[in-house]
Design a protein around this ligand. Structure first.
Ligand code: SF4
Length: 446
C-alpha cells in the first residue's frame, strides 16, 4: 500500500542518491518488466533526479541506439482563435467573435504560410484552432483539399480531439465519420493537442467547454482504427497532483496497448510541457509555496503548483520509464528553453520536436524561446549525436553529418555558438529579426 504522498516535501528534502528501488528497476530499463503504478509513485517519491535520468536514458538508448537524434521542420498554423471553450490556462482564445483581435484565416493566408514553410525545407504543418462555431464543414473540406492539391508534399497534421468532438456537435455527424471525411480530404495524422490532464476533477476546472478525457481518448482510438497515427500530450504544473498525472499516463498506456494489438495505427510520440501562466485566467489563482512546509494537495483547483525545470525533467524520465509502448518522446525546448530542451535528451527524449516557423498559443502565454535549424542541430551535436531531420513518421529525411550541416556553416548573425553562453548585442538584435529565426513557440499538441 502506497502511503499518502507527501511528495513535494520529500522531493524538497536532501534526497540520498543511494536510494535503491524496492523492485527490479534494471528489468524495467531493459524492457523485461513493466513499471507498475505503485512503482511509479515510489520512484517519484524517493528517487533523485539524476537516478531517474540515468534509468530513463537507459531506456532511450535501448529503443534508439542510433548515432543520431531527430527534429522536424514544420509550421504551426492556428487557423482561428475563436473558441467555444474557456480553458483557464489559455491566453490564445477569443470567446467573442466580435473581439477586435478575433480571427479566422482564409485559404490564401494559410497557403502563403505553407509556401514559406516549403521554401525553407519544411515538411509538415501542425494546424489547430479554437473551436469556432461559425465555420461550416465546407470550410474544412476546402481548406484540406486545397492544401493537398497545392502542396502535395506537405504532411497535414491537424485538428486535435477537442476540435473533432466539437465538430461532431456542430455538424451533427459521428466523430468516426468526420475523421473518415477529413482523411479523404487530405488529413494525414491527428495531433495530441488538448490532452491536458484526463482526470475529470482537474479537467472540469481548467478546461470548461472542452471534451472529457475519455472523449479525447476515443477520438484517437477512432483515428487509429482508420490507420491514422496520432500523438499524445500532457500539460503539467497547474492544479493536478502526481496521481492525476499517473492516471493520465495509465490511460494512454492502456489505449496504446489496444491500438498496437488491434488497429493499423497508434500513438507515435508522447510530449508533455508545463503550464505557461502569463496572461491566463489560471494565473490569478493562489500559488503553492514549496517553502511553506505543506505538501501540495488537490483543493478543488484553488491552488496552482507550477512545474519548474527539475519537475519537467522528472516527469519526462518517469514517462519514459512508464510508457513502455511509446517509441518516441519529444523534448519541449519551446516551453523549457534550449538548454533544458537539450538536457531532455538525457532524461528520456529522443527527439527535439518541431523547429517551428510560427506558433501563437504558447507565445500568447508569455513563452518566447527561439531556435533555428542551425541551433537545433548544434544542440543535438553538442550532446553527442548527429542531427537528423525527420518526417512525422520519424523516418529520417536527412542526416547532417557532412560539412554542409546547418550548424557547421560560417556563422551568420543570429546563429551563435551554443558553447558561448552570451551573445553580442548585435547578435541579439539580429537574432530577433532573421527570417529563419523562427517566431517560435511551442509544440502545443504536436
Ligand atoms: S486551449 Fe484550445 S480549446 Fe481551450 S480555450 Fe484555448 S483554444 Fe479553446
Amino acid at each position: 500500500m502506497i502511503r499518502k504522498l507527501t511528495e513535494d516535501l520529500t522531493r524538497q528534502a536532501n534526497l540520498p542518491t543511494t536510494y535503491a528501488p524496492s523492485f527490479d528497476i534494471a528489468a524495467v530499463v531493459s524492457g523485461e518488466a513493466r513499471l507498475t503504478d505503485e512503482q511509479f509513485l515510489e520512484l517519484y517519491q524517493h528517487a533523485a533526479l539524476t537516478q531517474l535520468g540515468n534509468w530513463a536514458f537507459g531506456v532511450v538508448q535501448r529503443l534508439h541506439p542510433q548515432d543520431y537524434r531527430t527534429y522536424v521542420i514544420d509550421r504551426n498554423i492556428n487557423y482561428t482563435n475563436i473558441c467555444t471553450a474557456r480553458c483557464t490556462f489559455c491566453a490564445f482564445k477569443r470567446n467573442d467573435p466580435q473581439a477586435p483581435d478575433a480571427y479566422a484565416l482564409g485559404y490564401e493566408a494559410i497557403h502563403e504560410k505553407i509556401a514559406e514553410l516549403v521554401a525553407i525545407g519544411g515538411t509538415q504543418i501542425l494546424m489547430q484552432g479554437g473551436m469556432n462555431p461559425d465555420l461550416p464543414l465546407s470550410y474544412y473540406q476546402g481548406l484540406l483539399t486545397s492544401i493537398r492539391d497545392r502542396f502535395p508534399q506537405v504532411h497535414i497534421h491537424a485538428f486535435s480531439p477537442p476540435e473533432f468532438v466539437e465538430f461532431s456537435r456542430f455538424f451533427r455527424l459521428p466523430v468516426g465519420e468526420l475523421l473518415r471525411m477529413f482523411k479523404d480530404w487530405g488529413l494525414a495524422t491527428v495531433p495530441g493537442g488538448g490532452g491536458e490532464i484526463f482526470s475529470d476533477r482537474v479537467r472540469l476546472r481548467i478546461g470548461p467547454g472542452k471534451c472529457t478525457g475519455e472523449q479525447w481518448l476515443d477520438v484517437m482510438t477512432e483515428a487509429h482504427k482508420l490507420a491514422m497515427h496520432t500523438s499524445a500530450t500532457m500539460l503539467i504544473g497547474h492544479i493536478e497532483t502526481i496521481e492525476d498525472r499517473l492516471d493520465h499516463l495509465s490511460r494512454l498506456r492502456q489505449r496504446q496497448d489496444w491500438s498496437l494489438a488491434h488497429a493499423p495505427a497508434h500513438y507515435t510520440a508522447f510530449i508533455h510541457w508545463p503550464y505557461q501562466p502569463d496572461n491566463t485566467p489560471l494565473d490569478k489563482k493562489r500559488k503553492w509555496n514549496p517553502d511553506a512546509g505543506q505538501p501540495f494537495e488537490f483543493d478543488e483547483g484553488r491552488t496552482v503548483r507550477l512545474a519548474d525545470a527539475s519537475e519537467y525533467l522528472c516527469m519526462l524520465a518517469l514517462a519514459r520509464l512508464y510508457l513502455d509502448n511509446f517509441q518516441n518522446m519529444q523534448s519541449s525546448w519551446v516551453t523549457m528553453g534550449a538548454k533544458i530542451g537539450q538536457l531532455a535528451l538525457f532524461f528520456g527524449a529522443n527527439d527535439m520536436g518541431s523547429l517551428m516557423m510560427e506558433e501563437n498559443v504558447v507565445s500568447s502565454a508569455g513563452t518566447t524561446h527561439r531556435v533555428n535549424e542551425a541551433q537545433i542541430c548544434r544542440l543535438i551535436r553538442d550532446s553527442g549525436w548527429i542531427p537528423a531531420q525527420r518526417n512525422q513518421y520519424y523516418t529520417v529525411l536527412q542526416r547532417h553529418d557532412g560539412p554542409d550541416a546547418p550548424d557547421l556553416q560560417p556563422r551568420e548573425p543570429g546563429v551563435f555558438a551554443h558553447r558561448q553562453h552570451k551573445i553580442t548585442p548585435e547578435e541579439a538584435v539580429a537574432y530577433k529579426t532573421i527570417p529563419l529565426g523562427i517566431k517560435v513557440g511551442g509544440s502545443v499538441g504536436s
